[in-house]
Every structure is written in C-alpha cells, then in structure tokens.
Write a protein that binds this ligand. Structure first.
Ligand code: ADP
Ligand code: MG
Length: 257
C-alpha cells in the first residue's frame, strides 16, 4: 500500500477554516455497508463560496453532514475552525454545531409554531450568545423580509422561508454556512435570489459557504466547484479564476447524468 503524503491543509497561512482529512464514512444499512465517503481530503478557505456537485448518491450530503458535525465520521479527521470534531463527546459536538455552524436545508426546516423573526433569533438566544442587532437589521433589509417577520412559515412562500432560513444561519456568524441543495424546492426565480444572497454573504460578510447542488447553474455562482463521484473527489475547479467556468460546468453536467 502506498501512503500519500499528509496534505498540508494549513500551508497558506491557516486560511483554511474547515477541512476533511482522509475522511471515511460507512453507512450501515441492515447487512449492507455503504462507503459513502472514501478517503476524502479537502480544505475550505475562509471567505470563499464552494459548490459541491456530483450525481445523486455520490456522498455530497454525507460530506456536508460530517463537516458540520451533524454526522460522525467512520475514520479520518474533520476540522472546523480551531476544533477537531472527530473524537468530541456528543455534548461538545452539540455545542460546536450550535456555535460554529449554519445549516440551510432544501426543506427550510423552520419551526412552524414560531414567527419568522423568532425562527431567525432562536439559535443565538438559546445558546445565550449576544445577538448582533445591526447584523440582524442588515440581513432583514438585504433579504427583503422586513414585512414578513411576524408571519409563521406556513404563511410564507418557499422563497421567503428559505430567506428566513438564510437569515437564521447568517445572524449567528457561523464559521461556515453549509447549504444542502438550498434551491432544490424553489422555482427558478426564488432559487436565483437565494444564490445571489449566498454570493453576497461571501462578498459583504466574508462568510465561508459550502453548498451542495447538482445544478450546473447554481454551481456557477461559486468560486470553486468540487465534484464527487462514488464518495471520492474527482474534480476540483477554481472557477474564481474565470477561465475554468465552462470546464467546471461540463464536469458537473457529465457527472450529473
Ligand atoms: P448525495 O447527497 O450525493 O445524493 P448521500 O451522501 O446522501 O449522497 O449518500 C451517499 C451514499 O450513502 C448513498 O449510497 C446513500 O444511499 C448512502 N446513505 C446516505 N445516508 C445514509 C444512511 N443514513 N443510511 C444508509 N445509507 C445512507
Ligand atoms: Mg444529498
């Protein structure tokens, strides 16, 4: 067996604020063992927007869940900010999820009995942290949900619900916002709005965003497109460099079929 050299994920002066090192995740389903992640090593730089693309079943959600501490790794390491998640107790992991991670789901995941505003501020207030009121006002303005704050999720459109979910993720100032197919349940106009807002959070707030998508148009919003197939990284394209956009989209398109 050949050993690949340990990747120096901090070679660029510690700019990576999330990383997976030799990450393996095996899902047990009855008798079957599914190797959803097969030794994935990847680092994410601060203030960048990465799209994770690849066909259904390629391990995109599993990678996101492991990076966000929503699921535990079988082996390998996950680093988030200055914390190594692998080996943390459940309690410590819960705290990391609460304090360091923003997650945006395809299905919004708002609490139905709470208003939009209550949904947005709940994670911060529950954890006893200081709510940045200026940031909250800024987000509400940028997201265009000022006149919807007293509404409950059922009274909001899908696009509005996802913007509330985005505000909830961003107001907590997480180390990384993870988004798993955030436009998957939206019409194309609302989807474009959400992608614009994610892009803007990277530009204006220096937010780090990692977004799963199998839509090449959504991937085009990112600085970088990471392509998975069968639990491995098969391509990693720096689209911020400009010239590679078409190549990235071709790659995504090919693997999405
Ligand atoms: P993607 O998000 O790219 O569609 P997933 O990460 O959801 O892929 O799944 C990767 C593989 O792991 C698939 O074969 C899937 O069936 C399997 N898998 C994912 N979650 C579980 C689970 N909780 N239990 C068993 N198998 C799972
Ligand atoms: Mg998925």
């Amino acid at each position: 067996m050949t050993m690949s050299p340990a990747p120096d994920l901090y070679a660029d002066g510690g700019a990576h604020i999330a990383a997976a090192v030799d990450l393996v995740k095996v899902h047990q389903q009855g008798q079957a063992r599914i190797r959803a992640l097969d030794a994935v090593t990847v680092g994410f730089a601060r203030g960048r927007f990465t799209a994770v693309a690849g066909p259904s079943g390629s391990g995109k959600s599993t990678l996101l869940h492991c990076l966000a501490g929503l699921d535990s790794a079988t082996s390998g390491q996950v680093l988030l900010g200055d914390t190594e998640l692998t080996g943390l107790s459940d309690r410590a992991l819960t705290r990391v999820r609460r304090d360091k991670v923003g997650f945006v789901f395809q299905s919004f995941n708002l609490l139905p009995q709470l208003t939009a505003l209550e949904n947005i501020v709940l994670p911060v207030t529950m954890s006893g942290r200081h709510l940045h009121h200026d940031l909250l006002d800024h987000l509400v303005g940028v997201l265009g949900i000022g006149d919807r704050l007293s509404h409950r999720p059922a009274e909001l459109s899908g696009g509005q619900q996802q913007r509330v979910a985005l505000a909830r993720a961003l107001v907590a100032r997480p180390v990384v916002v993870f988004a798993d197919e955030p436009t998957g349940n939206l019409d194309s106009r609302s989807g474009t709005e959400v992608l614009d807002l994610l892009r803007r959070s990277v530009r204006d707030l220096d937010q780090t965003v990692v977004m799963v998508t199998h839509d090449p148009r959504a991937a085009a919003y990112a600085d970088r497109v990471l392509v998975l197939a069968d639990g491995r990284v098969v391509d990693d394209v720096d689209t911020a460099a400009g010239a590679d956009v078409t190549r990235a989209l071709r790659t995504v398109g090919r693997h999405a079929r």
